[in-house]
Each structure stands twice: as structure tokens, then as C-alpha cells.
Design a protein around this ligand. Sequence first.
Ligand SMILES: Nc1ncnc2c1ncn2[C@@H]1O[C@H](COP(=O)(O)OP(=O)(O)OP(=O)(O)O)[C@@H](O)[C@H]1O
Ligand SMILES: [Mg+2]
Length: 404
Amino acid sequence: MAIKILIVDDITETRENIKRLLYFEKDMMVVGEASDGDEAVRQTQKLNPDIVLMDINMPTSDGITATQEISLKYPKTAIIIMSVQGEQEYLKKAMVAGAREYMVKPFSTDELVDTIRRVCDFEKRRRIHLTEPSMVKELQRDPQIITVFSTKGGVGKTSIATNLAISLAEETRKKVVIMDLDLQFGDVAVMLNIIPKRTITEIIQDINQLDSELLEGYLISHPTGVKVLPCPTRPEYAELITGAHVEKIMGVLKQNYDYIVIDTPHYFHETTLTALDLCHQILLVVSLDLPTIKNVKLGLEVLDSLHLKGKVKLILNRSAEDMGIKHEDMEENLNMKIAAHIPSDGRTVVSSLNKGDPFVMTHPNTKITESIRELARMVMIGEVKLSRVSGVNEKKGLLGRLFG
Ligand SMILES: Nc1ncnc2c1ncn2[C@@H]1O[C@H](COP(=O)(O)OP(=O)(O)OP(=O)(O)O)[C@@H](O)[C@H]1O
Ligand SMILES: [Mg+2]
């Protein structure tokens, strides 16, 4: 059955544009329109849509109040907020009011369609969870794998991955593991002040017998409860690890963990590609300098050719620094909106790094920690089912697709 969509925006042209974007989607149907919040509530009652695409600022009655009313009265309808840049404050309110996702205008067809499908999928799972206890166990074991990646070195991947892992554990109280796939020069252990006795190298020797119990013995506990799978102790051991090994390890980790955060090097190695392919969300880290933008643009093109772009979220690190390039220009150049901003804060990052204590622990009241918490929430909201977004089941391997 087609997904029923209600479009709420005070500007007729915007509504028309969205209708046009959705026109060719066979599994979606625009069932109605509204030009303010009150009308949105009335139309939701009348049309019973699956999705409401909701503008925030409308002259007569706003989208946040309507979001709250709809989520309370018609919980089967999911709301996706459409905001313009600079409405961050409202976005938070909209999420608290019960919105499921947000998109920053203008968005592409892919973005819109992907977001609608993802939210519907999540809603379906949520409903089953509420109504069918027998399926709850199955659903609880639907972990999220988040790969932190960039096609440029030194942009802050490891800082973000480690702090995100801890923040996810704090926010969700669920089981989190971080895996260091920067196999030659990984920094996860050092950033978490861990001295690895056993690493991924040793696991490879047990790979055929590997099960969750055996793997657990290789993981190192961080005081926060986050588990760590460190990279090899020597760069030359990296060669021993293949994409197939990584796939096996990820599969076993999924049996026991709710969130698997993967740190990566800045290039498309076979093992990185496996992580990118099998993960649910790719956090692509970028900073506002030309070489990084150039490399990330190339990286995005590769990800697009591998059909992995749909799960990419662009994370701007050091966003508050005046680099002489505006982030709007970068967004235009990359043709992608920034999903999260991490401010620059050298003092906090470096001092915590030198102590080996992630800043989300040592500096809980800083802007940078708040931004990581927001990122964790975004990751939680953006939970997706893998089959929707990835070409994982395609027969030809990723490397084949890349070079074939
Ligand atoms: N938001 C930030 N503000 C200030 N400094 C930062 C920020 N993020 C990262 N850094 C600094 O940038 C440097 C590189 O960070 P990090 O090691 O996390 O990057 P990376 O992308 O993992 O690098 P590599 O490609 O070498 O693995 C570190 O010295 C870190 O302290
Ligand atoms: Mg790193």
C-alpha cells in the first residue's frame, strides 16, 4: 500500500515542488495539503496520513504546535520537519514535540524519498514492537552500525568516533562497542587511554571459531562501559586483515551490541569498504578547507557510485572556526546539507586527548560536548534498516563495483 503523505507549508510553490519531487514514486501518494498548523491537524484527522511533511514557520499557526498536537492525538502519523537553515533552535523543539526526522530546505528527491521511507520503516518497527511481544526480542537485536569516515586525514574522525561512542552509551544506556579499523595507525586505544594486550590481529587467528563469547574476551572495557576493539599494535599487521574478517567480526558484534561505532582511515581500503557497505549510517567528516572539501567531494562521488550515498550524513568539524570559506558554499559545492556541526575547541579536545579521557567525560558543559550529544541523538533518530539503504546483497563485491 502506498505511503500516504500530507504536505504542510504556507507557500503554494513549495507544496507544488514537493509534489513534483514525489510524483514518480510509485509507493508514495500525496493525499492532501495544508497551509498552516491548524489546517494540518484537521487534515490529519480527516485523511489519516502516514507522513506529514511539516514546515516550521507559518504565519497563522506554527508547525511545532501542530506537530505536538498531531503526535499526541494521532500517533500513527509520523511527522518530518522541513526547516530552513538557521532554525536549529526550532528543530530541537520540533523533536521534543514528537517529530521523527527533519530535512533542511532545499532538499533533493533522493533525500526526501529516503527520509520518508526511513521514517515509515522505523514506524512500522515501532508499531510491531508495541503490538506483538513475540517480535520484540527480534527487534531489540537490530543494532545500528555507524561508520565515521572521511577521505581526508586529520579531520577529527577518531575524536568524533570515540566521543560519540561514549555519548551513545550515556544517552541510551545500551551496549556500545567501538572498533578501530584504522588498521595501520589507529588512535582509538590511545584516545581512550587503553593499553591493548590483544587486538583485532589476534582475533583473526580464531576467526573460524569466532562467536560472541570468544569475541567478548578480546574486547577491552573502558570505564564508561563502552567496549573497545583496538587496531593491531604494529602497522605491518594490518595486511593480515581482510574485508571478510571484518564482515565476520561485525556480524558477531551485532549479536551482543546495540551500537557499533567504527573508526576508519581516510582511504577506501577493502576493510573500510566492508564497514561502509555493512553499516547503517556513514558520518562523513569534513572541515572548511579546500583540500578537505576537494577530497570529500571525490569521496562522495565514489560513495554515490557504490550506492552508499543515501546513508551519508555530513558532519562539519571545527565549524565555528573562521576559515575563510562559508559552510553554505561548501554545502553547495558538495551538493549536500550539513547534518551536524561540531565546533572548534582546541583547548578542550587536545587537553582531554593528552590525558586519554574523552572530552564528553572531562568537559561535560562545553559546546563541543553538547554538539556530540546532539550527534548521538541524530544517530538514534536516524536509525534505519540496512536493506533499505545499502547494496549489501548485491552479488558483485564492493571492490568489484568500484573498479569493475
Ligand atoms: N573540534 C575540534 N576542535 C579542535 N581540535 C580538533 C577538533 N577535532 C579534532 N581536533 C584535533 O585535530 C587533530 C586530528 O584529530 P583526529 O585524530 O580525531 O582526526 P582523524 O581524522 O582521526 O585523523 P587521522 O586521519 O590521522 O586518523 C587532533 O589533534 C585533534 O585534537
Ligand atoms: Mg583517526
